[in-house]
Design a binder for this molecule. Structure first.
Ligand SMILES: *[C@@H]1O[C@H](CO)[C@@H](O)[C@H](O)[C@H]1NC(C)=O
Ligand SMILES: [Cu+2]
Length: 346
């Protein structure tokens, strides 16, 4: 049965690391009352100084020693990549997709604040502001403030030719593909140690059509119009195909393309922009919940096993964890961003 296989796999991960001294988020720390929740805003609403503070905090995480104990991790930034990698087979195309990623981004936000002195909230990147749905090849979206080389995350990777067989999904040819040459995450300042064995530079491979035609206000409106959690979750992730747009995939493959980190399903948190893309999806989820809090703070659904729409569904007491970075948590405790185990708002 899928169900027990998943639990076996996740408890294996837990037991493999249970000897570790201190989880980053203890139960006590997580269940503290939520006072003055940090307010998450869109990247361009931050002042120049606040943008710098966020990026400095990310770079600070890369200078703190890993605590996950996962082989290949060197620093605290790697820890998060490794946890996502380990859980990738059972956190996508499932009912708990959005709640697991909510928990994950919140843990990252907490690390930035508690371990790196960051005073702000996790920002998000609302791509729908910049897309040109009627002009798929437009590069306008990539000229957005978030890709600024001075105050943002840097831009595209240098243009490379793909090696034969390097584009197995037959994505449109990207416009970059190599290491990002500008901004704060160039290879002299930032490398992904995980999964190794060699450290890797931050690669991006912008595919304009995947952002322009997938990250549209119309698709966001379609997701927001879903009547219940199960259909919301399904509309958010869409289908596992590059032929049908979905707002989760557009951010990943539009930025990461064929060779970039954001397009790597397992290791995509290795691009610091991952957290702003996922915070935006979380913001959309939060907006959807606000439309009917009574119901939507008490409702989950969708398959336990990836794409298994006729099998077991997740329930409020379904447990997720962040391996060594966060304890077992019921989905119920992740529905309210200002209660249970969370403390932030939009
Ligand atoms: C899971 O949820 C779907 C959609 O609501 C429903 O059709 C299906 O019957 C549920 N599966 C089980 C095993 O209850
Ligand atoms: Cu993911």
């Amino acid at each position: 049965m899928h169900f027990s296989a998943i639990f076996a796999a996740s408890s294996l991960l837990l037991s493999a690391v249970s000897a570790l001294p201190q989880p980053a988020l203890s139960d006590a720390a997580l269940s503290r009352k939520c006072n003055n929740p940090p307010k998450r805003v869109e990247w361009r609403q931050l002042k120049k100084k606040e943008k710098k503070a966020y990026i400095d905090a990310v770079l600070c995480l890369t200078k703190k020693k890993a605590i996950s104990g996962i082989a290949g991790t060197v620093n605290r930034f790697d820890d998060f990549v490794a946890v996502h990698n380990a859980q990738e087979p059972w956190i996508h195309w499932v009912g708990h997709f959005i709640l697991w990623h909510r928990y994950f981004v919140a843990a990252y936000e907490k690390a930035l604040r508690q371990e790196c002195g960051y005073k702000g909230a996790q920002p998000y990147w609302d791509w729908s502001v910049d897309v040109r749905p009627d002009d798929p090849e437009s590069m306008h979206v990539f000229e957005s403030a978030i890709f600024d080389s001075e105050t943002g995350f840097g831009g595209n990777g240098v243009k490379i030719d793909y090696a034969p067989g390097q584009n197995p999904f037959n994505l449109p040819i990207g416009t970059g593909g190599g290491c990002v040459p500008d901004g704060p995450f160039t290879s002299d300042a930032f490398m992904n140690h995980y999964p190794g064995p060699e450290p890797q530079c931050l690669r991006r491979d912008f595919i304009p059509s995947l952002v322009n035609t997938w990250e549209t206000p119309e698709l966001v409106a379609h997701v927001l119009s879903q009547p219940d959690y199960t259909s919301f979750a399904r509309a958010l992730e869409g289908q596992k195909s590059f032929k049908t747009p979905n707002i989760h995939g557009g951010g990943h493959f539009g930025v990461g393309g064929v060779t970039g980190i954001m397009g790597d399903a397992k290791n995509s948190p290795g691009d610091p922009i991952f957290y702003l893309h996922h915070a935006n999806l979380d913001h959309i989820f939060w907006q959807w919940q606000q439309k009917d809090r009574e119901t939507r703070l008490r409702e989950v659904g969708g398959p336990v096993a990836p794409l298994d729409y006729s099998g077991q569904n997740v329930t409020m007491d379904f447990l997720v964890n962040l391996g060594p970075l966060g304890p077992d948590t019921m989905l119920e405790e992740l529905l309210d961003t200002e209660g249970g185990k969370l403390c932030y708002t939009y």
